[in-house]
Write a protein that binds this ligand. Structure first.
Ligand code: KIV
Ligand code: ZN
Length: 526
């Protein structure tokens, strides 16, 4: 039966709503926090990708969270996806979420409470009847601020069935328009999902007037499988994140769920709004912003996802790609045209190429990126798409940075102690540092610490080559840890030492942003 939804109007029975929570559940995972500019850029990319609902954050968690949800809501004040803010059951939470999402043309409050016996006893220390009252009160209050209200049963898949039905009934009666059943701890198997959604749809009065939603964590690697099982059992909203980021092992990956639905339309005949050719671009933007690359064999967006290595496979693909390819690389945004510009290429060609790679950047960033491209083309025989992407990713990750790397000199060789001199700009003021070290990278980092004294726990230093060849750019990742929190920085350059310094400065800037933010409530760390 078609459903009439406050934000979407009449929804066809086979229409799947794509609810992206990269900026909320995804951003909660260690090392993935983003600043306001980064979140806005991701929000634009997600809207361009075609997500229906964007969970922009948890407004009461911190001032930073509130401001970014509000900024995203303002960005979509005229049109765009539904902007959603998360809230627990308290009126303070709900009012804060309502205030943050207010500027958006279409807005949703997503309120949740734990319903499993374990969570109610240990976490909430409440009796089930009291939790039921909270469900009614929280949804009713949220409905006073928007017609589009989602209610979630946290730890829903470990909730007693009878009680889950009662909670869902209470939420619907109070005015919830979407009912979400999270597999909060990634415990369920696909059969559980089928049972739960069929049960709710059959037994709960009013179930035929709401959208059922599925939200799966990937602790057992089953998040996407569980998502598909829920859809087969009637769920019509999928909660997911780009690259599958999220608490612990992450959430269901948007690109995997969407491509499974598209590729296996025969088995699960549904429709959705995602422009799949933009999947890779958004995945790369997230990786560049957070500093976490996906693993090479990651489905859809991993470097090897469409690479055929064995002779038998290559032979088959050359004869007919469908022998070993169930979807085309182009359908998710991979391009075959890898060889691009040279040192004689002009700004217009560069901008054009960026556009076809899916990057639209402002004039200032374009100028900086173009300068770096020219410099790269001077040093490197061939500039590939991957080089340009690495360079631009590096550039766009650096807006509004407090600390900027403006100069670096390193001397090293056999039998000499490496020495680095470095120049930084900190809030516009020049700072210099000079140091020796056990190797050129160590000397550079020591010089950095001299120019900008700070204490930090370096957890990871990793170098990857962007393309092949000895003139390839190095992409360096640096990870810091402070009070249990991780931040990553990335830098790219044909000189590994320069890339390392850029990555270090990137991470340091992110750490400064992180220090400004207050801790999110413990409830979200469950
Ligand atoms: O996993 C979970 O239970 C959640 C809720 C807040 C919806 O993320
Ligand atoms: Zn979650």
């Amino acid at each position: 039966m078609a459903i009439n939804h406050p934000s979407f109007g009449t929804l066809a029975e086979d229409r799947i709503i794509i609810f992206d929570t990269t900026l909320r559940d995804g951003e909660q995972s260690p090392g993935f926090s983003m600043n306001l500019d980064e979140k806005l850029r991701m929000a634009e990319a997600l809207a361009d990708l075609g997500v229906d609902v964007m969970e922009a954050g948890f407004p009461i968690a911190s001032m930073g969270d509130f401001e970014s949800v509000e900024a995203i809501a303002k960005r979509f004040a005229k049109e765009g996806p539904v902007v959603c803010g998360l809230a627990r059951t308290s009126s303070a939470d709900i009012l804060r979420a309502a205030e943050a999402i207010k500027p958006a043309a279409r807005r949703r409050i997503h309120t949740f409470v734990s319903t499993s016996p374990l969570h109610m006893r240990v976490k909430l220390r409440m009796e089930p009847e009291a939790v039921l009252e909270l469900v009614t009160a929280s949804v009713s209050l949220a409905r006073q601020h928007t017609d589009d209200v989602e209610w979630s049963a946290e730890d829903g898949t470990r909730t007693e069935h009878e009680f889950l039905c009662r909670c869902v009934e209470a939420a619907i009666k109070a005015g919830a328009t979407t009912i979400n059943i999270p597999d909060t701890v990634g415990y369920a198997v696909p059969e559980d999902m089928a049972f739960i959604f069929n049960m709710l749809r059959e037994r709960v009065p009013g179930a035929d007037g709401v959208i059922f939603s599925t939200h799966n964590h990937n602790d057992l690697g089953l998040a996407v499988a569980n998502t598909l099982a829920a859809i087969r059992a009637g769920a019509r909203q999928v909660e997911c994140t780009i690259n599958g980021i999220g608490e612990r092992a992450g959430n269901a990956s948007l690109e995997e769920a969407v491509m499974a639905l598209r590729t296996r339309h025969d088995a699960i005949p549904t429709t959705n709004s995602i422009v799949t050719t933009k999947l890779l671009k958004v995945s790369k933007l997230l990786a560049a912003t957070t500093g976490f690359d996906v693993q090479p064999n990651k489905a859809i967006v991993g470097r090897n996802a469409f690479a055929h290595e064995s002779g038998i496979h290559q032979d088959g693909v050359l004869k007919d790609a469908s022998t070993y390819e169930i979807m085309t690389p182009e359908s998710v945004g991979w391009t075959t045209n890898s060889l691009v510009l040279g040192k004689h290429s002009g700004r217009a060609a560069f901008r054009d190429r960026l556009k076809s790679l899916g990057y639209e950047i402002g004039d200032n960033q374009l100028n900086d990126a173009f300068k770096r491209f020219k410099d790269l083309a001077d040093r490197k025989k061939v500039v590939y798409d991957e080089d340009i992407a690495a360079l631009v990713d590096d550039e766009v990750g650096r807006t509004n940075e407090t600390i900027r790397l403006t100069g670096l000199n390193v001397s090293t060789g056999m039998g000499t102690k490496p020495m680095a001199t470095i120049t930084l700009e900190v809030d516009g003021e020049r700072r210099d540092g000079m140091a020796i070290g056990d190797g050129a990278v160590d000397a550079t980092f020591n010089a950095l610490r001299q120019a900008y004294p700070h204490e930090v726990n370096l957890k990871l230093y990793a170098v990857q080559s962007v393309t092949g060849g000895t003139d390839a750019q190095a992409r360096v990742t640096v990870r810091f840890e402070e009070k249990g929190k991780l931040v990553d920085g990335q830098g790219a350059d044909t000189c590994t030492i320069v890339a390392s310094a850029r990555a270090y400065v990137h991470a340091l800037n992110k750490l400064l942003v992180k220090r400004e933010r207050t801790e999110p409530p413990a409830v979200l760390r469950a």
